[in-house]
Design a binder for this molecule. Sequence first.
Ligand code: LLP
Length: 463
Amino acid sequence: MSRSAHPAGPRHADVLPEGHYTAPATDLNVLDEKVWSRTVTRDANGALTVGGIEVARLAEEFGTPAYFLDESDFRARCRAWADAFGPGADVFYAGKAFLSRAVVRWLQEEGLNLDVCSGGELATALDAGMPAERIAFHGNNKTVAEIERAVEAGVGRIVLDSFQEIARVAHIAQSRGLRQRVQIRVTVGVEAHTHEFIATAHEDQKFGIALAGGQAAEAVRRALTLDGLELIGIHSHIGSQIFDMAGFEVSARRVVQLLAEVRDEHGVELPEIDLGGGLGIAYTSEDDPREPHEIAKALSDIVTRECESANLSTPRISVEPGRAIVGPTAFTLYEVGTIKPLEGLRTYVSVDGGMSDNIRTALYDAEYSVALVSRSSDAEPMLVRVVGKHCESGDIVVKDAFLPADLAPGDLIAVPATGAYCRSMASNYNHALRPPVVAVRDGEARVIVRRETEEDLLRLDVG
Ligand code: LLP
């Protein structure tokens, strides 16, 4: 998933499983600020603190495994995105990365909008008081009930994803005497440089309406004729965990071309374009993500340039970062349970969570980092695989990493950059209880999503 290369070049002859692994040149006690949230540091005793609170205290109070979310980092990232794009553009946080009522309130306070993609996300947003006009509703197969709820709530935009949906939304809005603001999601034929399963803008996939073959132009034609719809723009999302801006450039260029065609055919200049989310973050020290201001500049330059050459007025730009806002703000804290050195291979370190709280390693071959956080250590690095407690050999949290050789059961280890798509994709596999999300800020920690209990599990089991 991430671009991290395996450490290369043989050194530890006794721990060379498949190819070549070199112990990191850096001290294992040093926390790379690229992968840890802003308020994370080590105290005088070598223990990790976040928001001024030591992890041992957090573990004692909230248990493990648990996600700890650095609230001031989350808010700072929201502000960085909002400031980078300025008042002439809109930032929609993609709620699928992680959503809770507290997050919705933070977004409101920091001036962001919200992208939701299901009835459940919409319900959470509305329940936490997000003004409906600041919500965008996505999805390739929204149900009629979901569309009705969104239209009645007055969401700011529905992103239309198929010809059927154009008709459905138009009918639902019109029958209520309303005109729903909509964008059309197009596929621009760009395949972002990322894992195949989460690249979404090449043609052979379920999202959007293809520019190729004039399909998107036909969708615009239909949307413009329907009374229940106010077509405000075109949307394109090209993939996930992207570092290279080239894909966005091609996408922006093709969307602007469509705007020019629409102007030529219908005499209408659509006022908005949305370039989606997908910006990469650092999961390991090898990853070098771009800052929001660089991204904002790159996107607005290309849109402005293309519009000038097509003689169009520049549309209002919006973006939908999820991972880039919440991903770096949280880490997962685990307690080490068992340790199995496999002679000539590597050491398996089992923790009290696993694929139920982080499916990304198993699903996408995602790379993560890990650190011993309850103390520092001067022991030699040992090559480890951090695994969970589930009944499946693919239950891997961190595939290849180094931890100090004196690691012992009861030590706390933490995996950084788990704020996005970990709690939101967590499962009850093996009847695991999904971990809590604890927000930490200025010396205070509070649960924003509580740990599941056995009663929660049994409540659903009504047989
Ligand atoms: N907008 C749209 C229309 C999207 O489909 C997505 C993500 C986003 C925005 C936010 O993308 P982000 O900035 O968070 O990359 N489960 C996968 C990621 C799937 C993303 C799906 N759509 C993972 O764990 O990597």
